[in-house]
Design a protein around this ligand. Structure first.
Ligand code: NI
Length: 587
């Protein structure tokens, strides 16, 4: 990659407001080092190829992919609103796909400038004149030769794109639904064959597709998407006499993850993430030109990473995750969440693991704490108080999207042992309802206020998460230096560390605490990772110290069963009054 490309990529990454040490340069990654970090539970570095609008995003992807303009022979153009003609353009490898305005609108300046930078021998419109009119094509070409890879409809367009990209035939051909779906778009990661369209209802093979199938004469025909996208009948008809198979999935996110697995069967140092809900995947359309990692999809502008995307990232743990599109398309929190998901799964039977937890919030300092956790790429658990979420939901929503665990700390921090079973149930249910209103899924972990619980509490359906390290950051509160010292001196392998993000001193202690724990060789993990297999009614103090109600503990997994009298002294937490007073001023 040339200097220019490095500069541009670096600019795009800086523009995202996130540090991205190795995300910029394909071909020059310090990957051995990055992989070792990933192996120790480090999240991926993040980057972004953004832009002010979709035209600029396409240009920036082109600048990244074709940093050396001599490597592109042509430039393809497609209209930016209905990209039916460009759905399968991801298989084109000889030049970028840039966007023009619909209805013969003014040529975007960024597109014109990028054509000039690439200086191709030819500028090619994807689709007929209704997609890219002759006037805009001529303007963009600026005196260079022009051409069209078009057809009377999308089916002929995709057939002609296939002819252009695989003129010598292809052993494999992929089929997708002829509707505008992202399956074809993310299929651009697949380099071993073209993508052809079946009918818009997925049930038949259009004549244009049948004709190019006969020409390419593949031995394998692979459907992308489930039977609702490409029906068995259509696959059988297209595959006549050939080997047929399917890269399926229950939804577009799973299909994308399965395509990524097929395109990158062993590992990938990088993964791209693009918005993929509804018809909001124009950035993914132009991503077909990226050949150094798969494109995964995320629903909406600022949603948690989909479970299928998460599973792929977890399994392949790329060292860099790169967002496609500006922050108004794909927010930074989703990108942070993707990088957290890309942590290699830590084995706490081998590593020295601890989990950090923050109670009683959200508070005024919670966003600052989230910045620290994001920059150090460390997961935490937030045991939130429902009425604090009610007053200030944004930090909890953000923590959730960024991949942290949200736990239940009751609605108003009552001591549960003073309540009836029904009242206890109300405390946790109302908190879950409040979280649900902000798109945060119901909690699965409960921390009873003051660490105080009884049999009724154990029957609420949650593991009860207590702690073995209490720096008493609520008592005074102490200075940040004291809290840091108290945490670091008490932490040991398997610890659950109790802190309170309603105190600024605790928030300000976080960078030092995380650095010290890392220096001492600890891997910071989520509670699920620290103590796998927790069950409702378990009382969890640390890894290896779990009391189990009714059934014996699986000591190989959870550690020895403790008599509850064997629990280390539990200092009381704070009173509800103290919490509510402390929250407003962050004290
Ligand atoms: Ni508390």
């Amino acid at each position: 990659m040339g200097k220019l490309g490095t500069l541009i990529a670096a600019f795009a990454l800086v523009a995202a407001g996130l540090s991205a040490p190795s995300a910029a340069a394909p071909g020059s990654p310090p990957e051995a080092q990055a992989e070792q970090l990933a192996a120790a539970g480090q999240a991926a570095s993040t980057g972004r190829i953004g832009g002010a609008d979709r035209y600029a995003v396409a240009v920036n992807i082109s600048k990244y992919r074709y940093a050396d303009p001599a490597t592109a022979k042509v430039v393809y153009l497609t209209r930016s609103d209905t990209f039916a003609d460009a759905l399968t353009a991801g298989t084109l490898e000889d030049g970028p796909v840039l966007l023009v305005r619909p209805e013969c609108g003014t040529l975007p300046a960024v597109t014109a400038t990028e054509v000039a930078r690439i200086n191709p021998s030819r500028v090619i419109a994807l689709g007929g004149t209704t997609s890219v009119c002759d006037k805009v094509l001529a303007q963009a070409a600026g005196g260079r030769a022009t051409g069209r890879l078009g057809g009377v409809d999308r089916f002929e367009s995709s057939a002609n794109i296939a002819r252009g990209a695989f003129s010598g035939g292809s052993a494999t051909v992929y089929l997708t639904k002829g509707e505008v779906t992202p399956d074809a778009v993310v299929g651009g990661s697949l380099r071993d064959g073209p993508i052809l369209l079946v009918s818009r209802d997925g049930r038949s093979v259009p004549a244009a597709t049948a004709a190019v199938l006969a020409e390419l004469n593949p031995t394998n025909v692979v459907a992308l998407g489930g039977p609702a996208s490409v029906s068995e009948a259509a696959l059988t008809a297209a595959g006549a006499g050939r080997t047929v198979s399917r890269v399926g999935g229950a939804n577009r996110y799973e299909v994308a993850a399965n395509i990524a697995k097929r395109a990158y069967p062993s590992r990938t140092s990088r993964a791209y993430i693009a918005r993929g809900d509804g018809n909001n995947f124009v950035d993914a359309v132009v991503s077909g030109m990226l050949k150094d990692g798969p494109v995964l999809l995320t629903p909406g502008t600022c949603e948690p990473v989909n479970s299928h995307t998460k599973a792929f990232l977890r399994a392949r743990h790329p060292s860099a995750v790169v967002a496609l599109g500006g922050t108004s398309t794909l927010c930074s929190s989703t990108l942070v969440g993707a990088s957290m998901a890309a942590r290699a799964k830590p084995d706490c039977a081998v590593l020295k693991c601890v989990a950090i937890t923050y109670d009683d919030g959200p508070g005024a300092g919670t966003p600052t704490l989230l910045n620290t956790l994001a920059s150090k790429r460390v997961p935490a658990t937030f045991f939130v108080v429902g009425q604090m979420v009610d007053g200030n939901p944004a930090p909890t929503r953000r923590a959730y999207v960024e991949g942290h665990t949200i736990g239940n700390h009751t609605w108003d921090h009552k001591q549960l042992t003073t309540l009836t079973k029904a009242q206890q149930q109300w405390e946790v249910d109302v908190t879950d309802n409040e979280l649900g209103q902000h798109g945060v899924k119901a909690t699965t972990l409960l921390r009873p206020p003051y660490g105080s619980y009884n049999t009724n509490t154990r029957n609420l359906g949650f593991p009860l998460i207590l702690w073995d390290v209490d720096p008493r950051d609520w008592d005074g509160p102490p200075s940040s230096a004291t809290t840091r010292q108290n945490v670091v001196s008490a932490a040991r392998n398997g610890s659950i560390i109790l802190m309170h993000d309603v105190h600024w001193n605790t928030v300000n202690a976080a960078p030092g605490i995380i650095d010290d724990l890392h220096s001492l060789g600890f891997t910071l993990v989520s509670l699920d990772e620290l103590v796998p297999g927790m069950k409702p009614g378990n009382v969890v103090y640390r890894r290896g110290s779990v009391t189990v109600q009714g059934v014996p503990a699986d000591s190989s997994e959870l550690g020895p069963v403790l008599d509850e009298s064997g629990v280390p002294g539990l200092a009381p937490d704070r009173s509800p009054q103290e919490i509510l007073q402390g929250a407003g001023n962050g004290g």
